[in-house]
Design a protein around this ligand. Structure first.
Ligand code: ATP
Ligand code: MG
Length: 476
């Protein structure tokens, strides 16, 4: 569907010219000549414009009143006024009501086009956010933070509690991959601002020079390369949440500006005169020790105190190894669904490796390891050779199924876990013959340090048959 522009203009020549001009650019340009027609179209939702380009003085009313009537539905639609009579108080009122811009006639076509295109981009961005918000609200609830260890349960309870209270700022700390991004989404989508935008800025991903204009926005020409007007992320997050990821990477001078904006609840675009009120909740995240950064002068103590009204530390995976028994089945299910595989068996040996590993990259690393294993699996047994973890000595290989619940694996299942010559298989249909054969050959190869002749001798078969199965099950 093409993008719609609603033109409200009583000067016939200008109205039809604008309609023609934007139709030529591929937009669905609808032109009405008075407030009543515009009101009808907007109310009945027979048009759903990304942009309303409106005159101010119309034969049956004022374009600004129309904007005011629609103020509750502005998300995903921008308003630009184009008027011959507007004065400063008018433009102030229009912008206070949420108009994108206020231009006076005659306006050079180039300038109008630039404003129109910026406004359309802004409306499209809002729509993308809105479309994602519905799915996200279902996806990001406190229960999405998996784990029943005391540390995980406490985190979940904190997320639950925090999502119920109005806070202006909050800080999430924790090592890389512990779920700070996940926690931020849960806090937003399970809180009262869930239907408003969640806008994210990763302070480590943007060059210092761009961060300020990203955050505060800019007016056309405010610096070299500043084409058109840009609404900053703080403005875009109005009513919702601004997630400042890796806040420790924000330059100190910008930290001061951020603090001022938070205290005043107002932003001023770069090169702009006007202060714009914003109502945002800030969630900041860092894996740095901000106290150290403060003592070294890299982080402002006043901003830290402003943000750390609430501080939530996400526990490292190493502090809650029992949660592996919920995380692993959950990630396996996710990657199985994505790849059409059915990996469901983990040998105690693999479990041992997972449990002993220190997981410096935390849950993210676990996800990545499991994704790799599922993608490269050739049976329903998690292929050990793709774990590629550096681990301590291992228990014997006995495949047992993982269930999607936390009680999936109990290390006491095989009776003689330490007996190196024992292999147990479940005979409940969850393992095929190939899986069992593959597992036997794999165990034998390990026991005999990859010596195929020895494996063939012990299994009373030929080397060719062993080699064939090594190839078939990709055991090397
Ligand atoms: N408790 C959890 N339950 C389910 N998934 C989790 C959990 N913790 C983290 N994850 C998942 O692990 C991945 C990494 O988490 P996330 O990106 O939130 O970490 P982070 O703390 O923001 O890391 P970084 O500091 O590197 O940005 C994500 O896919 C996230 O959904
Ligand atoms: Mg993150």
């Amino acid at each position: 569907m093409s993008e719609t522009i609603l033109i409200i203009e009583d000067e016939r020549l200008l109205g039809s010219e604008l309609q023609h001009h934007y139709r030529k650019q591929g937009y669905e340009a609808i032109w009405v000549e008075n407030c009543a027609d515009a009101r009808r179209k907007l109310k009945s939702r027979s048009v759903d414009p990304l942009l309303v380009l409106s005159d101010l003085n119309l034969p049956d009313g004022n374009g600004m009143d129309l904007l005011e009537e629609n103020a509750g539905n502005l998300n995903g639609c921008e308003w630009v006024f184009l008027t011959g009579y507007g004065d400063v108080p008018d433009s102030v009122r229009a912008l206070q009501l949420g108009a994108f811009d206020f231009l006076t006639k005659p306006c050079p076509q180039e300038q109008l086009d630039m404003t129109v295109h910026s406004a359309l981009r802004s409306a499209q961005a809002q729509r993308r956010l809105l479309a994602g918000a519905h799915d996200s609200s279902q996806r990001y609830q406190p229960d999405s933070f998996i784990g029943s260890s005391p540390a995980a349960a406490q985190t979940r309870q904190m997320l639950q509690q925090l999502s119920q209270v109005p806070y202006s700022a909050l800080i999430l700390t924790g090592e890389t991959g512990t779920g700070k991004g996940l926690a931020a989404r849960i806090l937003h989508y399970s809180g009262s601002r869930a239907k408003q935008p969640l806008v994210e800025l990763n302070c480590a991903a943007l060059p210092k020079e761009m961060m300020e204009s990203e955050l505060f926005g800019h007016e056309a020409g405010s610096f070299t390369g500043a084409k058109g007007r840009h609404r900053g992320l703080m403005e875009q997050a109005d009513g919702g949440t601004l997630f400042l990821d890796e806040i420790g990477e924000m330059p100190v001078d910008l930290q001061a500006k951020l603090l001022k904006a938070l205290e005043d609840r107002k932003v001023r675009r770069l090169g702009g005169e006007r202060e714009i009120s914003v109502d945002i909740q800030i969630i900041a995240a860092t894996n740095r020790n901000l106290q150290t950064d403060i003592s070294e002068g890299h982080f402002r103590a006043d901003l830290y105190h402003r943000l750390s009204v609430f501080e939530l530390r996400l526990p490292a995976l190493q502090e809650r190894p029992s949660d592996l028994h919920e995380l692993v089945p959950s990630f396996l299910a996710e990657f199985n669904a994505k790849s059409g595989k059915k990996v469901s068996q983990l040998s105690p040996r693999v479990w041992g490796m997972l449990e002993r590993y220190l997981w410096p990259g935390n849950v993210r690393e676990l996800r990545n390891v499991l994704e790799r294993c599922v993608m490269l699996s050739t049976s329903n047994v998690l292929p050990e050779q793709w774990l590629q973890l550096q681990s301590a000595p291992l228990p014997p290989a006995t495949a047992i199924p993982v269930s999607p619940t936390s009680t999936a694996y109990s290390p006491s299942v095989p009776d003689k876990q330490d007996d190196d010559d024992l292999i147990c298989f479940r005979l409940d249909g969850s393992l095929g013959l190939d899986d069992m054969v593959g597992d036997i050959i794999s165990r034998m190869l390990e026991k005999h340090e990859g010596n195929v002749t020895e494996v063939a001798r012990v299994l009373n078969t030929t080397r060719e048959k062993v080699r064939y199965r090594i190839e078939k099950f990709q055991l090397r």
